[in-house]
Design a protein around this ligand. Structure first.
Ligand code: HEM
Length: 266
């Protein structure tokens, strides 16, 4: 890319710099420190650039062990007859439940809940409302992701099954509302979705994620409550869950061995 850039004019280079800085800002605002730590330590093959959605993923897994175990069972069954220890993109179509989790993470806690304002380019009438040319339009992505006629009942609960029918994804070409709309929809969505998928599949193959434990008055270790608040997600803001504790432990001796091997390659 650098070699190609050397052939560009100064004007083109300025434009490339602007594109790179906008993409960096759009992507880095969503980086989650805890996820980065796990990725840096254990998953050197995943790009160290990921999204705040991955923090929500860790939270959802800690809160929903049944979902987590179902995803791990799908991965284990697949890897049983493969000569690779971790899922790869080649396995994507064979692991629909991971896709369903990724879709549900983006729906349950959309990263930009009030989207990015657009403007009407012509006068329009929508459901009896006159929308004058040039008026700002704010897409309420939060409300859209709570539409029971589209996503089924209990939209506030985390349930990847809403994207599945008989074990298969209901819509193979699904595009999450979380990425916005029209010609200015997020250009990083394919990168973000792939990063999320690979990170989720790798993390679930290697780790158990759970609630933190506390010692109760009888001296017994019990799971603590886990209900972190999110930061402000009003207009154009990217909400994150506030820092929360969860346990992230290797799933088996084999997983631990693989992690050590991966770390020594770093
Ligand atoms: C889960 C991850 C992400 C989500 C949910 C997300 C969501 C969004 C949304 C809602 C918009 C506004 C779209 C609209 O105007 O309707 C947007 C714009 C944008 N995103 Fe993302 N994004 C994510 C990750 C990324 C990544 C990883 C990159 C770059 C590598 C990126 C680059 C951009 C850029 C450059 C824009 C501005 C596009 C334009 O105005 O033409 N995004 N994103």
């Amino acid at each position: 890319m650098l070699e190609e850039a050397q052939n560009n004019t100064a004007e083109e280079l300025d434009m490339l710099r602007e594109v790179a800085s906008v993409a960096y800002a759009a992507a880095s605002d969503t980086v989650s420190p805890s996820t980065l730590l796990v990725i840096k330590l254990y998953l050197p093959n995943v790009p160290p650039q990921t999204v705040s959605s991955l923090m929500t993923f860790f939270l959802a897994m800690a809160l929903h062990p049944t979902v987590q175990h179902k995803a791990q069972a799908e991965i284990d069954e697949l890897l049983l007859n493969q000569d690779t220890a971790l899922p790869t993109f080649e396995h994507k179509s064979l692991l629909p439940y991971i896709d369903a989790i990724s879709r549900e993470v983006l729906r349950w806690r959309p990263v930009v809940p009030m989207g990015v304002p657009h403007a009407a380019i012509v006068d329009d009438i929508y459901e009896g409302y006159f929308i004058p040319k040039g008026i700002p339009i704010i897409p309420n992505i939060w409300a859209m992701t709570r539409d029971e006629s589209v996503f089924g009942p209990n939209p506030d609960s985390f349930n990847p099954e809403r994207f599945l029918k008989d074990g298969s994804l209901v819509d193979a070409n699904h595009t999450s509302l979380a990425f916005g709309f029209g010609p200015r929809a997020c250009p990083g969505r394919f990168f973000a979705e792939d990063t999320m998928w690979l990170t989720m599949a790798s993390v679930l193959a290697l780790f158990d994620i759970g609630k933190p434990t506390i010692t109760n008055p009888d001296g017994v270790q019990v799971p603590a409550d886990l209900d972190p608040e999110y930061t402000d997600g009003s207009l154009m803001r990217v909400p994150h869950p506030l820092p929360f504790n969860c346990s992230i432990t290797p799933r088996s001796a084999a997983a631990e061995e693989l992690l050590e091997k991966l770390q020594s390659q770093d």
